[in-house]
Design a protein around this ligand. Structure first.
Ligand code: KIV
Ligand code: NA
Length: 275
């Protein structure tokens, strides 16, 4: 049996080779990701990617538990982190602990992730002191989309100090890693040099200690969603579209099923031995 990576293993990778991270929401995707990734994140992006929600705000703890359980069954080596959804941790440390403990107990994840900087430092400290490793997430925090007025780059110009303070606070509070989302690469580079824990970038440049992408984005599952920070390593959406269209043509023209897909009425069928 392969030994799973732990939060301390991730911390010790600071300054070593880059940490490879992707999201996963299902068992088969977790199996694919596990072979090569250090961290598999069950992101609350699942709400938009798999459930058709307009933002991550409608994602519930129950949704995270269900996808967490599915991902757990597909992982052996990668560290599993589950996102705390909007509304499950912001009231205070006790609420955050109660819900993070539920995520850990019911999904078997080794850590949780929550969005926020300086204002969440007290909560992060509270969780870490009670046995819950926390990954932080600063910069563009999608659960605050309404406060930001859109999915805008954060930390440009004067605003850089705010993001730096957020990163420093969560690092000092005991987070084991921090996601930097959609910030200027110069700022991400400075934060990476300044803080003791690994930075995991998404739209944050190559200086970060690791990178993360939404796996469906990098696989090209969507034809209409193409953010600048996503490199598409495949065009699975286009391939699926073409495959479904080919199936539809075959059915309409009675080309499918073919002879090789059909069961006969012969002796094999009587014995029940036909594949
Ligand atoms: O929900 C998510 O997928 C995330 C990553 C993109 C960091 O938070
Ligand atoms: Na998220």
């Amino acid at each position: 049996k392969i030994k799973a990576l732990t939060p301390p293993d991730i911390v010790s990778r600071k300054g070593e080779t880059p940490l490879v991270c992707l999201t996963a929401y299902t068992t088969p995707m977790a199996r694919l990701v596990d072979g090569v990734c250090d961290i598999a994140l069950v992101g609350d992006s699942v709400g938009m990617v798999l459930h058709g929600l307009p933002s991550t705000l409608g994602v519930t703890l129950d949704i995270m538990v269900m996808h967490g359980q599915a991902v757990r069954r597909g992982l052996e080596r990668a560290l599993m982190v589950v996102d705390m959804p909007f509304g499950s941790y912001e009231e205070g440390p006790e609420q955050a602990f109660r819900n993070a403990a539920r995520l850990m107990a019911e999904t078997g994840c080794a850590a949780v992730k929550l969005e926020g900087g300086d204002g969440m430092a007290g909560t992060i400290q509270f969780l870490v002191a009670r046995g819950i490793p926390v990954m932080a997430h600063v910069g563009l925090t999608p659960q605050a989309v309404n406060t930001f007025g859109g999915y805008k780059v954060q930390g440009r110009g004067e605003d850089a100090e705010r993001i730096l303070r957020d990163a420093t606070s969560v690092s000092e509070a005991g987070a084991f890693a921090i996601v930097l989302e959609k910030v200027p690469s110069q700022l991400a580079s400075r934060i990476t040099a300044d803080i003791a824990i690994p930075t995991i970038g998404i739209g944050a440049g190559s200086a970060c200690d690791g990178q993360i992408l939404v796996v469906d984005d990098m696989l090209g599952m969507f034809t209409d969603f193409r953010p600048k920070f996503v490199k598409r390593y495949a065009e699975l959406g286009e391939q699926a579209e073409a495959a479904i269209a080919a199936y539809a043509r075959d059915v309409r023209e009675r080309r499918f099923p073919g002879a090789e897909h059909v069961f006969g009425n012969g002796p094999k069928a009587i014995k029940g031995g036909e594949p």
